[in-house]
Design a protein. Structure first.
Length: 291
């Protein structure tokens, strides 16, 4: 016998649904409508259909920003996964002064993005930055990220990894703690080395946690803005521009709200398509597990 839905339960959930409708659904639909219109400062809406999407797809700066976003997002996400797994394994095995070490690892996530980026900008200043001068003194050459686009993208990726690694670490650490100790005890009895235990036991059992971490970080990293804008503003010559900065430039510098809205929806669809690959993998694993 199936139980009928409780009307009172729906009433309790209604405020949350209305809040989501007000702050997410309605603004998203308005931006979608805006992307189909020509609009600027002090001008009325003029319906142009898909013309704004045609404009961005014909713009070489859009494709350069898309390529930069793809490079930065992949570098950031997978670097965080590798480092997060290493840190989680280290903490599970035990570290000295665990509470202090835990606080140190989580500290970057407590720092404001603006403060963090400006601090890195001073440390990496080509003329007087401490880290920049150290890189030059040990013979790796002058790290002038303000002139060389690939160095600028590298520094942007490093800053993003530094700031968001604690979030990835927490997800992976929680997943690693959930693995039953009996599995490790059986592997130890069988004579497995620590590396074999990690590769054949820990890593396969960590796949669901890794997929969750990848999905979250892909969606968040896809809209990376603060690191790029505060560090390079997309320069030199828009060579380090990412999609979020391209959107900002279109909307607030050039005053083309239609193109900016179209860019926003392309970002939404792109991030959802990428995330859907990992969501499908998670669904397959859940189905196979319950079969």
């Amino acid at each position: 016998m199936t139980r009928r839905p409780d009307f009172f339960a729906y009433m309790l959930l209604a405020p949350v649904h209305l809040l989501l409708l007000a702050v997410i659904a309605l603004p998203s639909l308005y931006v979608l409508w805006l992307s189909l219109n020509q609009s600027g400062y002090g001008t009325s809406l003029e319906f142009v259909g898909l013309d704004n999407y045609r404009k961005i797809f014909e713009d070489r700066y859009f494709w350069r920003a898309s390529l930069n976003t793809f490079i930065v997002v992949n570098a950031v996400v997978y670097a965080e996964i590798v480092l997060g797994l290493a840190l989680a394994a280290l903490f599970v095995r035990g570290v000295p002064l665990p509470r202090l070490m835990f606080a140190i690892v989580l500290m970057p996530y407590a720092v404001s993005e603006v403060v963090g980026v400006l601090t890195w900008k001073m440390l990496m200043d080509p003329n007087f930055g401490t880290i920049s001068r150290l890189i030059e003194e040990i013979g790796l050459g002058r790290f002038n990220w303000s002139v060389a686009p690939y160095q600028g993208l590298t520094l942007i990726s490093v800053i993003s990894v530094w700031h968001n690694l604690p979030f990835t670490f927490l997800l992976l650490y929680a997943g690693m703690l959930a693995i039953p100790q009996s599995v490790y005890e059986a592997a130890k009895i069988d004579g497995a080395t620590p590396w074999q235990t990690f590769v054949r036991i820990t890593l396969p059992l960590m796949i669901p946690s890794i997929l969750v971490a990848i999905i979250f970080r892909l969606v968040f990293a896809f809209r990376i803005f603060s690191e790029v804008w505060l560090l390079t503003k997309g320069g030199p010559a828009r060579f380090t521009e990412v999609l979020a900065v391209y959107l900002y430039q279109a909307g607030f510098r050039f005053g083309d709200f239609g193109v900016a809205s179209a860019t926003g929806w392309v970002m939404v669809v792109g991030s959802l398509l990428i995330a859907s690959i990992y969501l499908r993998e998670m669904h397959k694993r859940m189905v196979n597990k319950n079969a």
